[in-house]
Design a binder for this molecule. Structure first.
Ligand SMILES: CC(C)(COP(=O)(O)OP(=O)(O)OC[C@H]1O[C@@H](n2cnc3c(N)ncnc32)[C@H](O)[C@@H]1OP(=O)(O)O)[C@@H](O)C(=O)NCCC(=O)NCCS
Length: 200
């Protein structure tokens, strides 16, 4: 994700793809264990979602890495960005709750995932995959051939997640984050239509 760093706009040609499993400790290869029955629906961002999304981001990332209101607002409002919001199906009282979101943008032929956030209680239910694949489909429809993103080298959950989705390491940005942690730039070709990877 783009966190107080520089936007990577380089095309993917001529870049060696490293296999992500090299960087993953064995314990991140555990299988799904809960949340299998939860239903989510996706829709486009509405202005009145903003505070909820910002609060979710505060819960998903450490202070200093989580976005300020201003940062999140600027990414959501970028001319070529889009934001997809996931809602948990309405309960008996008719209320649905936001469980996660993704912000992405099309930079010409290269798509860029700016952030993906799923609340802890909704993780390992396939929601992150659903958000990511829906964003990849949108990027395809905007003529993107590849998608790139940044993730902290110590974010082993995210690395396991992206590996499952077919991403590979393109390069390392030293001290990319404000806490001094390096970022991997990960990428994936959008040539193949997306399919939800069977889980379990
Ligand atoms: C990364 C994130 C979006 C994943 O969302 P999610 O809804 O849990 O993802 P899914 O349920 O679709 O996971 C799909 C697969 O990814 C892998 N995976 C996801 N989280 C994992 C974890 N904590 N440990 C190991 N593997 C994991 C698994 O292979 C999983 O399939 P399985 O559950 O059948 O084993 C979520 O953990 C999150 O919001 N984290 C905080 C914010 C963040 O780090 N964002 C990404 C930064 S770039």
């Amino acid at each position: 994700m783009l966190r107080r760093g520089k936007l990577s706009r380089q095309p993917l040609g001529n870049v060696f793809f490293h296999k992500l499993e090299v960087f993953l400790p064995q314990r991140e290869k555990q299988s799904r264990g809960y949340n299998d029955e939860v239903q989510f629906s996706l829709r486009d961002f509405r202005a009145d979602d903003f505070t909820t999304l910002w609060e979710i981001d505060q819960r998903c990332f450490a202070p200093g890495i989580a976005y300020s209101r201003r940062e999140l607002s600027s990414y959501i409002r970028r001319r070529d960005s889009f934001t997809i919001v996931a809602e948990q199906a309405a309960t008996a009282d008719g209320k649905s709750t936001v469980a996660g979101f993704i912000v992405a943008e099309a930079n010409g032929k290269v798509g860029h995932v700016i952030s993906i956030d799923v609340l802890p209680a909704s993780r390992r239910s396939g929601l992150g995959s659903k958000l990511l694949l829906t964003a990849e489909d949108r990027l395809r429809s905007l003529d993107c051939r590849n998608v790139v993103l940044e993730t902290a080298v110590d974010n082993t959950a995210a690395l396991a997640f992206y590996k499952r989705q077919g991403y590979s390491v393109l390069k390392v940005h030293p001290r990319y984050y404000s806490n001094g942690v390096d970022a991997f730039v990960l990428g994936k070709s959008l040539a193949q239509p997306s399919t939800l990877t069977p889980t379990g």
